[in-house]
Design a protein around this ligand. Structure first.
Ligand SMILES: NC(=O)c1ccc[n+]([C@@H]2O[C@H](COP(=O)([O-])OP(=O)(O)OC[C@H]3O[C@@H](n4cnc5c(N)ncnc54)[C@H](O)[C@@H]3O)[C@@H](O)[C@H]2O)c1
Length: 335
């Protein structure tokens, strides 16, 4: 089978993870990498003996490149994803898909126009724990969900450098972090129709972004309600918790209680790892490669990435206005 030729744009934390996963994958060949920092680019090119260019457009123009990973700061995703899709390249774009609804629309339009395969890097959908939890909910083991909650708990201080500390580029940490739990809830429980959120900025008072903590109450389309906590200044180890309460049982991370098993008096501990820190970029890449091979939509396509951004942005707006906000719907999915 013909190898898929790859380019990686942005070689910081996320870009290096993508690159490592590509370099281990026998189905792909990395032809070029790009980073705006000459030093970073030179170090990566030297380490892996790769061709590099500081101008990302050289990757997009490269006639042999089929697939491009976009691992640059959030505010650059739209420009680079649109360019890549319009050049007919398949795209793996880091989360969050973009920083505004207008940017999401532009990406969707380019993907639809060129019919390229586009995967939004909501990598937690490839984590064994969450894949299993989705299967358990889909199996009916907890019945119909009526409440679901998820927490993204992070101490982002070690990551506060470069674009994340520049007020022009930092954006909203609630979008960058919140897209993880919100995407998981959309995937496992269903679409969110309305949010009501409150924020504060007490843990990282000097940070250049507007809030470091957010509590969101959600209304799902099918009547369930939910809660999301997003925290980027927590003095505690990282956690990504997920709980689903249904008419027949309850699932809290790897603990399941279900009336479907008679005489059960306590939660069963499922043999699933609960640490969500390890991110399965290799599986995310495999899914995109399979979608290209089978000519089908990948899991977490651009429309999915856009819907998750829409919930996050509605929550940010809600906190600003101190009132509930309806989540904007995108006119039609890709498929
Ligand atoms: N999936 C996850 O859980 C996860 C984790 C971390 C970061 N991310 C996402 O990955 C993206 C990058 O974050 P990061 O933590 O790797 O940031 P980073 O600061 O470590 O790396 C960003 C890199 O992009 C480079 N860059 C900036 N402008 C560029 C341009 N125009 N062309 C080429 N390179 C350019 C920078 O020089 C830097 O090396 C963000 O969108 C972030 O939200 C996702």
């Amino acid at each position: 089978m013909k190898k898929i030729n790859v380019g990686v744009i942005g070689l910081g934390y996320a870009g290096k993870q993508h690159l490592d996963a590509y370099l281990k994958n026998p189905a792909v060949e990395v032809l070029m990498v790009s980073d705006a920092s000459a030093e970073t680019l030179a170090a990566v090119c030297r380490q892996h003996q790769l061709e590099g260019n500081r101008d990302y457009r050289e990757i997009i123009k490269h006639p042999k490149i089929d697939l491009i990973s976009i691992c640059t700061p959030d505010y650059l995703h739209c420009e680079q994803a649109v360019c890549a899709a319009l050049a007919g390249k398949h795209v793996l774009c880091e989360k969050p898909l973009a920083t505004s609804l207008a940017e999401c629309e532009k990406i969707l339009a380019a993907v639809r126009q060129k019919k390229v395969k586009f995967l939004t890097g909501q990598v937690l959908r490839f984590t064994p724990l969450f894949l299993s939890l989705k299967k358990i909910v889909d199996s009916g083991a907890v019945g119909k969900p009526f409440f679901a909650e998820s927490d993204y708990i992070h101490d982002i201080r070690p990551f506060l450098h470069g674009w994340r500390v520049n007020p022009q580029t930092a954006g909203d940490m609630i979008l960058g972090g919140g897209c993880h739990p919100i995407d998981l809830l959309r995937w496992i429980v269903g679409e969110v129709r309305e949010v009501y959120a409150a924020t504060n900025k007490l843990a990282l008072a000097d940070a250049p972004f507007p809030a470091d903590h957010m509590l969101i109450s959600l209304k799902f389309a099918d009547g369930a309600v939910g809660k999301v906590q997003i925290s980027v200044g927590c003095r505690r180890p990282y956690a990504l918790n997920l709980g689903v309460y249904g008419t027949k049982g309850t699932l809290i991370n790897n603990r399941l209680f279900t009336e479907n098993i008679p005489a059960l008096e306590d939660f069963i501990n499922l043999p699933l790892p609960t640490k969500a820190e390890y991110q399965y970029y290799d599986r995310e890449i495999d899914e995109l490669l399979k979608a290209i091979e089978e000519d089908r939509e990948p899991a977490v396509n651009a429309a999915d990435g856009a819907e998750t951004v829409a919930v996050c942005l509605a929550a940010i707006e809600s906190a600003k206005k101190n009132q509930p906000v309806a989540v904007k719907k995108f006119p039609g999915k890709i498929t």
